[in-house]
Write a protein that binds this ligand. Structure first.
Ligand SMILES: NC(=O)c1ccc[n+]([C@@H]2O[C@H](COP(=O)([O-])OP(=O)(O)OC[C@H]3O[C@@H](n4cnc5c(N)ncnc54)[C@H](O)[C@@H]3O)[C@@H](O)[C@H]2O)c1
Length: 322
């Protein structure tokens, strides 16, 4: 099999069809591709079909590419069948290093040597996941999405020590051809970019809850009605540029230099005690206020689409590239 041009991919394999794999399958289907999915978990096929059925109207709202159809999804119970039916694989199995290593060794053995194999891992380095590969380790690469990949455009593409630059470039171009905003990383960084930022907030949130400094609801209120509103527009750095008034970032750095040294945040995670788990779970249930997970997914997706459309229209009208 010759590797297709990244913008001409027609058939994608999705291995692991849970939260992220299912959402990738929806995105690839919306982009007009055939999707072959594999997941040995209990009732995996039924769960995937249910997810696709439930979320397809959201895909229609976003706009389908020519030929896109949910009928172009095929579930298989054989990895061998999957690798012989597709041109590229997006792997989405649970975040367990040993299991990913075992799966990658099998894929390396049974798939055509040119086939690019992309992992959705949230934080493992490809160097570690591919450490034991002895055939074509150069075609294994991380393509880390954000949940849900059928809506959030950002992806980080990151190779390991033995990944070829060609494969990193090919993967970035493949994603860009299917409406993704890509950060092509030059070096392996545990957690990549987005999750390192999210983790810092997550750890601090857990500290504040475990110390009873604030509630789970307060934390989400602070983000929803505070910085979160600004982040979608300008990100964190450009937002702070405005915090420096007319002096911009230069003044802000000077003004807040001392408070940067103050130990506001705790970077080491707190112990995940049963009490902390209970508080986090109850706090989320309080906020959900009876809404089911599917209700919340619908709310998140509907609102994300509206926010993204507003931002797109404004940026296009003003010629802003961001
Ligand atoms: N959940 C997120 O927000 C998120 C975001 C970005 C990346 N990721 C990454 O995506 C990957 C999947 O996470 P998830 O949240 O979708 O997990 P999940 O538990 O929802 O889904 C994992 C699926 O993999 C299946 N599976 C287990 N072993 C398998 C195997 N050998 N072959 C094929 N399928 C197998 C399971 O049956 C399950 O359906 C992880 O690497 C995770 O770090 C998750």
């Amino acid at each position: 099999m010759a590797r297709p041009h990244p913008s001409k991919v027609k058939r994608v394999g999705v291995i692991g069809t849970g939260v992220i794999g299912g959402a990738w399958a929806l995105h690839f289907l919306r982009m007009g591709m055939d999707v072959v999915a594999y997941d040995p978990g209990p009732n995996a096929k039924e769960k995937l079909l249910d997810m696709v059925e439930r979320i397809w109207p959201t895909m229609e709202t976003l706009g389908l590419r020519d030929g896109a159809s949910k009928e172009r999804l095929r579930f298989t119970d054989s990895v061998t069948d999957l690798v012989s039916s597709v041109e590229v694989i997006q792997e989405n199995t649970p975040e367990r290093l040993d299991a990913k290593r075992t799966l990658f060794a099998e894929l390396d053995r049974i798939s055509p040597p040119e086939m690019v194999i992309i992992s959705s891992t949230s934080g493992f380095a490809m160097t570690d996941m591919a450490a034991e590969l002895d055939q074509q380790p150069e075609r294994f690469v991380v393509g880390h999405p954000f949940n849900p990949p059928y809506l959030i455009p950002f992806c980080e593409v990151c190779g390991g020590e033995r990944t070829s630059q060609d494969v990193v470039d090919w993967t970035a171009a493949f994603y860009e051809s299917i409406e993704k905003q890509v950060a092509k990383m030059e070096q392996e960084l545990p957690g990549f970019i987005g999750n390192r930022l999210q983790e810092a907030i997550w750890r601090e949130a857990l500290h504040m809850v475990t110390n009873k400094e604030c509630t789970v609801e307060d934390i989400d209120k602070a983000i929803i009605h505070g910085p979160g509103l600004r982040w979608a527009i300008m990100g964190h750095c450009l937002t702070y540029h405005l915090g420096g008034g007319q002096g911009g970032m230069e003044y802000l750095l000077e003004h807040f230099e001392d408070s940067l040294d103050a130990p506001w945040t705790r970077m080491k995670a707190p112990e995940l005690t049963q009490g902390l788990k209970d508080d986090m779970i109850q706090g989320c249930l309080n906020q959900a206020n009876g809404a089911s997970i599917n209700d919340l997914i619908q709310e998140r997706d509907d609102c994300l689409i509206r926010i993204m459309q507003t931002l797109k229209e404004y940026r296009e009208e003003k010629g802003i590239q961001r």
